[in-house]
Design a protein around this ligand. Sequence first.
Ligand code: NAP
Ligand code: MG
Length: 477
Amino acid sequence: MYSKDLTKFFINGGWVDPVSPAFSDVINPANEEVSGRIALGGVADVDRAVSAARAAFATYSQTTREERLELLQSIQAEYARRTSDLADAVTEEMGAPAGLSGGVHVALGAWHLNTAIEILRDFAFEEQHGATLIRREPIGVCGLITPWNWPINQVAVKIFPVLATGCTAVLKPSQLSPYSAQILAEILDAAGTPAGVFNLVQGRGSVIGAALSRHDDVDMISFTGSEPVGAQIQKDAADTIKRVGLELGGKSPWIVLDDSALGANVAAATGAMMANSGQTCSAGSRLLVPESRLEDALAVAKATAEQTVVGNPTGNVAMGPVVSGDQFETIQGYIQIGLDEGAVLVAGGLGRPDGLDKGYYVKPTVFLANNTMRIAREEIFGPVLVVIPYTSTDHAVEIANDSSFGLAGYVNGENIAQANAVARRLRTGQIRINGAFDITAPFGGYKRSGNGREWGLHGFAEYLEIKAVIGGSVEYA
Ligand code: NAP
Ligand code: MG
């Protein structure tokens, strides 16, 4: 069981009331009904949380590797106890199907925790290079600002490296996914995280997020979310010269090579686009197929989209609703834009799927388009796939790279050498060949998809400063 009446913040090791109480309803996207409420924090709550994190940093930054390993292992045990609560919370707050919430959503948190532990075990915090000792030290107090679409993943990928490196943090999760964040705070509390090392303040991004970004006593902001908010955070952070990590949006290309696996690869790409209702920053939302095979590709994409079972996420469905009424309207708007631009509607379209009159359900939608259209250039963040034909491999690479984003890329084909050659030419932070996945591979964007990397060793290093101590070694004195 978990609470949906979240009236307190976790600050300095305890659950405290907001300084100036105000509350907001949480809506269940599957039925549009009020599911619970959260307290909305203010600048005074942020100040309290930051000073707790600052005070805790003095001691926590000095803990040993073994002490932090012990803490992370104790978090692992608590996490395992709360997995069904976490799964239920994700389905309730953002509408992911139960199988997905209890599967990949929960697993991602556990995997990032395990990664942090494995890296911490062997990480070289000190290395001697000639006369210089290179020390890697925790950067300090970190403001973590996260979105709702993979809510456990996005908090986990930040907080576990924070704890592993000896940093302290204030988390501001999305108002749309407060339950899973609250459970994660309870997990850290139950595991014995020292007071002030981790703090949670819920509320509006424009208030809490901005206060963290501008705060004089916050050393780093790690943000995952949209491009406009990322730009605003950089501006807000500029005066205090803090480090800013940004994981932003994407319009990632999925290139299907011309071979006998084309049908299966188009089906895989279409199915992947509809997973999590298309609300994945790294989704392969532009499907590039050989022009000579266009009819086959469209037939498979259409069939796959139309066979996607949409419905109440507590049931056995492939796709639930999208997260909110605003998001529903945005996606409908993009479908209308696609129609107005002259893109060919292949599957889905405007309105809710048949029989689903309440809840923010969108039809799995496929367009045939060209890469100049807005639906091919802007992130829709819904179950809308854009198919674009290419005439040669060079043309496919050119279309793929003709984007302001550069988060992910996908290449599917039977000839691995050819797929690998294409992958090397894509200007994106991660490329998955034939669906391969590695939880320890760095994740992040080229171009407007962001700055910095999360996941694995590179994500760990984001939270470290580098100190050079020259002449301090006896050997070189
Ligand atoms: P968003 O609107 O940018 O919000 C993200 C977070 O920022 C929320 O917690 C939000 O608070 C907060 N925020 C809003 N305004 C702020 C401000 N002025 N200063 C500081 N923080 C502020 O994004 P979203 O709609 O939640 O999530 C979808 C976006 O995230 C998509 O663009 C997607 O591509 C991107 N994303 C990227 C990755 C990646 O790793 N690259 C992963 C997942 C998602 P509220 O609670 O008030 O909204
Ligand atoms: Mg938003």
